[in-house]
Ligand binder design. Structure first.
Ligand code: ZN
Ligand code: ZN
Ligand code: FE
Length: 835
């Protein structure tokens, strides 16, 4: 160490407050090491809002200290600001790390949970280490955080680790500011920390070493519930078709893809194509599930690992039903049937690493019944999962907040979140404005909520479909907990306009002033907020379903929007949604609806195998339903147009999960070369009419263009009947949509001089559409903005609601809607069925 008092040097002293993610990430030991290395004296302390540093020494060394602070900070930390001021030197003798100040001053960012670090892993694998094969090894650079924190400031007594008093050896490391485990709050060892047990459904201990026994049972095709970081997983051997089908049957999950966990990057590469960007995601500390292209679906001729490949080879059903066979590892086809992608993650807890040592790949799907939130409480999990799992690999470290795995993918070289939860929550998203404290409660599907504090938005963890009591409880508790961690009391609440969403009811009953935000406006505001935009944009807001203030179902909307409002400047021609919810589960209904909207009474003239599959009787019922306007709300949904096309080409008449038909339509076209667009029309303002010939009447937004795909639907029906290959039809369908959207954007730019386009809504999870549309818009010199921080689907809705609520004065009880700035259109005739 250099002397702190170089001869002839005068001393300076600086105080600095460092804000950002600087607690629980090894920041104080880092500051101490750096200061001592430079021969500076003073102290560092967690002060509730961040870290407070007091350094004293020769001027150039103090400067060097501040220069190196950011670039050399610990890997998990994120410095948002350093405020420093000069103060009078006092002659500090040494540099010390001090205890936390009183909890009165408390607001510091809590870290998300972090995957096991390399140093901990190598200790776990060293036979002489006292934590050899210990499933709970962690340090300041890794381990549980958000899921075990009960309150702030972050200290062991305010985590679920308070139940485990440290042994002398652990306590010594914890107190040593030169140790990697200095103030590692969840630190533990076999002598003092949590332990694992393997039990049967009835709770009886299974004899033997729990992890080794669990692996043996998994190899024998058992389903094992594994307690993890943020909840229970249901695990089975991913290579065994029998194990996978058993799990599917018991979980009542017919076809929705299951995520897998593989041993390491090499194992991932043996079954999937992994680009550099995907490798970063797979191995990053967040350890999300990464959607990767299955290896065997791409022929050798395709060459590159990313981007749409240029051939259709491998897309045949035979190729799809074959198992992945590479490097001796196979993945049962049933893991992700009819899908060119696999959801893959690498181990992120020591327990995972131990399990995967002896099995190359496990299915690791959320431990829940369909639609319910993930199980995380011991006892309760055994009851809920008892009919699914044969065994339970459990431990006694309590999970305080459940947190599902995050799901991400790479689209056009950028990260696209599909689900933002473990590893990312509760990290904030910087906003381009400072707002009053607002709570946004999100939508109904894929619910998340969001809190705004100052110029930061804090999206909460994934709650799931807010349709049952379990989810509603998780939602309410999640909100209270995050409020406590962020030390924030919302002054207003924002929600969707849909009167029947549980989240809307929660908002209206909260007693706070409410802002009602239109669904597709919220999608666009969300994309704007995460991209730091404040000026008006053209918003392409495409999804399956969102409540329209004209009492129709929206979903194919082009808006000109900012945070204070929107104009609905173009939308898809509305068609009836025959049977409401049933039309979402049965794409054939949408095919009939779209055909009927073009043909009316001439419907029987179209020759399509669809009618034979459906049968005359059912067809007649649906047509009559639409003609009489019974249970046939008009919809401009783009998601439903995907459904219609999927049914028309014979891909899928019924779906077993949301978005399935659209996903399969995307998959078949993924490797198809670009095709000619089908005919379409854009009807100018005033010209517009909706396509339906029945009585399911819908107003055209005043001044809006109508995108009419009727001619395309007819041509697709003809092509399908003539036996044109489905991949070619699907690719041309995608091409047609993109051409129409680009045309509409160009027309809008000419009128409004807006060049920024935001793409949001669940439809943009379609990587093919996102890619073609993004590229086409950029060719026309539009500046295109997409989601890279929150999902484009309804999981990103809360951020947009929050951003809108920060810009409009909230209404009083009962809510105020942020509506169209356009004059109201004609009022639709009253239909009893239409609420
Ligand atoms: Zn570690
Ligand atoms: Zn210990
Ligand atoms: Fe949506």
């Amino acid at each position: 160490m250099r002397s702190s008092k170089t001869h002839g040097d005068s001393l300076v002293r600086c105080e600095a407050r460092i804000l950002g993610l600087v607690q629980g990430v090894g920041f104080r030991p880092f500051v101490a090491r750096l200061a001592r290395e430079l021969g500076l004296a003073g102290s560092v302390i967690n002060d509730g809002t961040g870290v407070f540093v007091d350094v004293e020494g020769p001027p150039q060394r103090v400067e060097e200290f501040f220069r190196r602070l950011k670039p050399e900070a610990p890997p998990l930390s994120r410095i948002s600001s350093v405020e420093r001021q000069s103060v009078l030197p006092v002659g500090h003798k040494s540099f010390g790390v001090k205890e936390s100040l009183s909890p009165a001053l408390r607001f510091a960012l809590i870290s998300p949970d972090v995957a096991t670090c390399g140093e901990c892993l190598s200790e776990m694998r060293t036979s002489s280490d006292r934590r050899h094969r210990y499933p709970f090894i962690n340090c300041t650079n890794c381990g549980p955080r958000f899921t075990i924190v009960t309150d702030i400031p972050y200290d062991r007594v305010r985590t679920t680790m308070r139940e485990f008093p440290m042994c002398d050896a652990c306590a010594a490391e914890y107190a040593n500011d030169a140790d990697r485990r200095f103030h590692a709050e969840p630190t533990a060892c076999p002598a003092c920390g949590p332990s694992v047990r393997l039990v049967t459904r009835s709770g009886a201990d299974v004899p033997g070493e729990p992890v080794a026994r669990a692996v043996e049972l998994l190899k024998e095709d058992a389903v094992v519930a594994v307690k993890g970081l943020g909840g229970y997983h249901l695990a089975c051997n991913a290579s065994s078709p029998l194990a996978v089908s058993t799990l599917r049957k018991r979980k009542c999950r017919e076809e929705k893809p299951l995520a897998i966990m593989v041993r390491d990057l090499a194992a991932a590469r043996s079954i999937c194509l992994v680009s550099e960007a995907e490798e970063c995601l797979l191995t990053g500390v967040q350890r999300p599930i990464v959607l990767l292209r299955k290896r065997r679906d791409v022929s050798a001729a395709c060459g590159t690992a990313d981007g749409p490949a240029a051939t259709v080879a491998g897309a045949t059903p035979e190729a799809r039903t074959a198992d992945v066979l590479a490097a001796g590892m196979s993945i049962a086809e049933d893991v992700a049937p009819n899908n060119k992608y696999l959801g893959v993650m690498l181990p992120y807890t020591p327990l995972h690493h131990l399990l995967l040592e002896r099995l190359p790949a496990l299915v690791m799907t959320s431990g829940n019944l369909t639609e319910e939130p993930i199980s995380y409480v011991d006892g309760e999990a055994e009851v809920r999962l008892g009919a699914i799992a044969d065994y339970f690999l459990v431990h006694d470290r309590e999970i305080f907040t459940r947190c599902d795995d995050s799901v991400v993918r790479i689209v056009r070289g950028k990260l696209q979140p599909v689900r933002r939860s473990r590893g990312y929550v509760p990290n904030p998203i910087p906003l381009p404005f400072t707002g009053t404290p607002v709570l946004a409660v999100g939508g109904e599907l894929k619910n998340t909520f969001c809190l705004v504090k100052g110029d930061l938005a804090f999206p909460g963890h994934h709650i799931g479909d807010l349709k049952n009591l379990e989810a509603y409880d998780a939602f309410r508790h999640g909100i209270e907990h995050l409020k406590k961690l962020l030390f924030v009391e919302p002054q207003a609440v924002a929600c969707d306009m849909h009167p029947d969403y549980l989240s809307t009811r929660y908002a209206l009953e909260s007693g706070l002033p409410v802002t009602l935000v239109q669904h597709h406006h919220a999608h666009i505001a969300s994309c704007m907020a995460e991209n730091g935009l404040t000026e008006k944009v053209i918003g392409l807001s495409f999804d399956g379903t969102g409540y329209g203030p004209d009492n129709t179902v929206w979903g194919g909307e082009i808006l000109v929007a900012d945070y204070t409002g929107y104009d609905r400047v173009a939308h898809l021609a509305a068609v009836p949604l025959p049977g409401g919810e049933a039309a979402i589960n049965e794409p054939w209904r949408m095919a009939v609806s779209h055909l009927h909207s073009v043909l009316g009474d001439a419907l029987p003239s179209v020759k399509t195998p669809l009618f034979e599959r459906v049968g005359k009787d059912k067809l007649q019922v649906i047509v009559r339903m639409m003609e009489r306007g019974v249970n046939s709300i008009p919809t401009s949904s783009l998601g439903r147009l995907f459904d219609a096309v999927a049914a028309l080409v014979g891909l899928r008449d019924y779906v077993s999960f949301e978005g399935q038909a659209a996903m399969e339509l995307e998959m078949v076209a993924a490797d198809e070369p670009c095709g000619e667009p089908y005919p379409y029309r854009i009807l100018e303002p005033g010209q517009g009419r909706n396509g339906d010939r029945g009585r399911g009447w819908a107003p055209v937004a005043p001044g809006a263009r109508v995108l009419d795909f009727g001619a395309m639907v007819l041509r697709i029906a003809e092509d399908a009947a003539a036996g044109t290959p489905v991949p070619a039809i699907s690719r041309r369908f995608h091409e047609t949509l993109c051409r129409a959207f680009v045309d509409a954007c160009c027309a809008l730019r000419a009128e409004r001089s807006i060049n920024d386009v935001c793409m949001s809504g669940g439809v943009f999870q379609n990587a093919l559409l996102s890619t073609i549309l993004g590229e086409s818009l950029e060719r026309e010199r539009f500046k295109v903005y997409v989601h890279t921080q929150v999902p484009p689907n309804d999981g990103g809705l809360a951020l947009g609601q929050a951003a809108v609520a920060c810009h409009v004065a909230p209404g009083t009880k009962g809510g105020r809607g942020v509506e169209c700035r356009q004059p109201r259109g004609e009022t639709p005739p009253a239909h009893e069925e239409r609420r």
